[in-house]
Design a protein around this ligand. Structure first.
Ligand code: PMP
Length: 361
């Protein structure tokens, strides 16, 4: 392929072209250092300037209060499933999970290795087409914390607004919608996300946590798994994924250039509504998996009238330069992931392709 694909991958996904071009320009000799960023010591002032600028810009973009720490960790969102439990699930208490898809199930399973877990709401019985209705103000007093997933990458559903918290701390997996909309931190104690969808490349995991919550952690946590340890050392307790942090820094520059989080959110709404309109106006040819009220602005999941047509659709889409339109292997069907870096024009091209395919098939 001589040009860049229309990239609708679910993650890792596309990175803004401006970011790739900047990284390419700086790859051999970053700011006259005579080396690439990923060849610099993580203790050098040049690397530190990138590291702290990335942290600062995430704080600005998401209006993260001063009472929260922002961390750059490794191990993906998956390690956070365990790390949250290791830090915050004491003996005799339970971790409460709101199940809205496979990733919430995985989070609950990992946590069960550290202590007792309990399901407090689930939409599994309707194939995760909707978001559970749950009132966190009325939850089991045994729960040490409550965990939920803000956007369900596989099923294509999303909390329109996150629930108000009650007395229990709230932990949120924001892997597939971080940096796509403003966040009300009042109702969150810890949020985490791998960078590889909206915030850069795989390798760095962003954690945003209330400092008082981090300080309430269990005492028997090894330093490498202790949020407090990483926070105390400004995420430089050990070698951070320097190249990935650098890309995240460039992504935050790009978000600022776009006009900040409100502009990003408007763009996401525009792209999603183009695709959902194409589905809704197809007279039943394309059917969305998610109930309308739960539709994700990040992952648009849909089916065609038959599996044969889905196969043909995916094959022809591939030939036309579209990448990553297959649904997750566990559910099949089609999925267009329209993270921040997907240009509006690529979504327009996909809508045209879908209409044309319907017309001829
Ligand atoms: N949670 C959600 C909602 C996800 O979409 C993913 C990855 N697709 C994960 C967790 C796992 O993330 P990682 O691969 O970074 O461990």
């Amino acid at each position: 392929m001589s040009h860049r694909a229309y990239n609708f991958n679910a993650g890792p996904g596309p990175i803004p072209e401006q970011v790739l071009q900047q990284a390419q320009k700086e790859m051999f000799n970053f700011q006259h250092a005579g080396a690439a960023v990923m060849e610099l010591s993580h203790r050098s002032s040049l690397y530190e300037s990138i590291h702290f600028a990335a942290l600062k810009q995430i704080r600005e973009i998401l209006s993260v209060p001063d009472s929260f720490d922002i961390l750059f960790l490794q191990g993906g969102a998956t390690l956070q499933f365990s790390m949250t439990a290791k830090n915050f699930l004491p003996e005799g208490k339970k971790a409460g999970f709101v199940l809205s898809g496979s990733w919430s199930e995985k989070a609950m399973k990992e946590a069960s290795f550290f202590g007792e877990v309990t399901e407090i709401a689930s939409t599994k019985s309707n194939e995760y087409r909707s978001i559970p209705e749950v009132n966190l103000r009325e939850q089991d007093t045994d729960c040490a914390y409550i965990h939920l997933t803000s956007n369900n990458t596989i099923y294509g559903t999303q909390w329109k607004t996150l629930p108000e918290k009650g007395t229990k701390p709230v932990i949120i997996d924001m892997s597939s919608d971080i940096l796509s909309r403003p966040v009300n931190w009042e109702h969150i104690d810890l949020a985490y996300a791998g960078a590889q969808k909206n915030a850069g490349m795989a390798g760095v995991t962003i954690v945003i946590a209330r400092r008082s919550f981090l300080e309430s952690a269990e005492g028997n946590v090894p330093p490498s798994l202790s949020y407090k340890q990483h926070a105390d050392k400004d995420s430089l307790y050990h070698t951070p994924p320097t190249g990935a942090v650098y890309i995240t820094k460039l992504v935050t520059d790009w978000i600022q250039d776009l006009g900040g989080i409100k502009a990003v959110e408007e763009r996401a709404e525009k792209k999603a509504s183009m695709l959902y309109e194409t589905i809704d106006q197809s007279e039943g040819y394309y059917t969305g998996h998610a109930e309308k009220s739960a539709r994700s602005l990040m992952n648009v999941t849909f089916r065609l009238p038959s599996e044969e047509l889905e196969e043909k659709f995916l094959q022809e889409a591939k030939e036309a330069g579209f990448m990553g339109l297959n649904g997750h292997r566990s559910v099949g069907g089609c999925r267009a992931s329209i993270y921040n870096a997907v240009p509006v024009e690529h979504v327009e091209a996909l809508c045209r392709f879908m209409k044309q395919f319907q017309h001829t098939n």
